[in-house]
Design a protein around this ligand. Structure first.
Ligand code: ZN
Length: 326
């Protein structure tokens, strides 16, 4: 009798029960955060063309949606605002009656335990579409910081649980942390978009949030995609300034960055499975070119295997449903 091979890795792949027993990574609904677009106005629920299944809701249309999210046991949402009025300094971003401030109050009234994270950045609120105020044709880092602090405070005062600055200005975490502490909000966590790359994968988001820059692009403040050591420096800096959760955005083309950050730091790690990643899967699935459910679960599992604890994804609702049906 031939003895070779002694080691047979196939033994534990023989049945689904055996495979499940030795499975190393599993996406759970508790890992997911659902991104939502909130548009100013009334009675609005409109689908985003390049993101089938994702809608812009006006605050009054939120309760039904939020109750569904809670029923699916998704632990939290992250909110992006589309205001009626935009100006040079993004005033509606920090107005107490701004679209996000209204939305937070509605959500907290319908499902108080749902974690409400708010994106903090000016680009959806500025007439020029950049993430900060403009001085002499450039995004002015230091002039932008106090506005980000003001915006964060107004979200927290409306009831948000976590502030997520995505602007990529230097020093924003520190300024926001100090502003929150000064007003007695020491218990409010900051999830920083520590490494946000200047990525082509944001295309559909810009349609959804109406935030395309009117001139130039964001490469003077977002990270250059080829760089990973610089990403580690960004993370190190945000942690030093007091970030509680670190985020890497986008996810799929940056799995190596997630892994390196995971190996280097002990902070909870989030990654954003962005609009372009979602749109590619949806477009191919609509043509019948791939098995959507298997594809989505494989992508999210890869993000988790790379080292993310938390995944922000537009697939959250369908994934939650699939996991419930299993
Ligand atoms: Zn921005």
């Amino acid at each position: 009798m031939a003895k070779f091979p002694l080691v047979r890795l196939r033994r534990l792949r023989r049945t689904e029960a055996l495979r499940a027993l030795v499975r190393e990574n599993k996406v759970e609904v508790g890992d997911l955060i659902y991104p939502m677009f909130i548009v100013e106005g009334k009675e609005i629920k409109e689908e985003i063309t390049s993101m089938p299944g994702v809608f812009r809701h006006s605050p009054d249309r939120l309760p039904a949606e939020i109750e569904e999210i809670a029923r699916l046991k998704i632990p939290g949402v992250i909110l992006f605002g589309i205001p009626e009025n935009k100006d040079e300094i993004g005033s509606s971003a920090y107005h107490p009656e701004g679209v996000i401030q209204q939305a937070i109050r509605v959500i907290k009234k319908s499902v108080p335990e749902l974690i409400v994270i708010t994106d903090v950045c000016l680009c959806e609120y500025t007439s020029h579409g950049h993430c900060g105020v403009i001085t002499n044709g450039q995004v002015d880092n230091d002039q932008t910081l106090p506005l980000l602090a003001k915006m964060s405070l107004s979200h927290i005062e409306a009831g948000a649980d976590i502030i997520a600055p995505s602007d990529m200005m230097d020093g924003r975490v520190k300024i926001i942390r100090e502003a929150l502490d000064e007003k007695g909000f020491q218990q409010i966590a900051i999830m920083s978009y520590a490494t946000k790359y200047a990525s082509a994968f944001y295309g559909p988001f810009r349609e959804a949030a109406e935030s395309t820059p009117q001139f130039g692009d964001r490469r003077a403040y977002q990270l250059d995609p080829p760089n990973v050591r610089e990403a580690l420096r960004e993370v190190e800096q945000d942690i030093a300034e007091g970030a509680d959760i670190i985020m890497i955005k986008p996810a799929l083309a940056y799995l190596d960055v997630i892994r390196q950050v995971r190996n280097t730091f002990n902070h909870p790690l989030a990654s954003y499975n962005v609009s372009g990643e979602y749109a590619m899967v949806k477009a191919a699935a609509q043509r019948g070119w791939l098995d959507e459910r298997r594809m989505v679960l494989e992508i999210l599992t890869a993000i988790k295997r790379a080292g993310a604890d938390i995944i922000l994804t537009y697939h959250a609702k369908e994934v939650a449903q699939w996991l419930q049906d299993e």
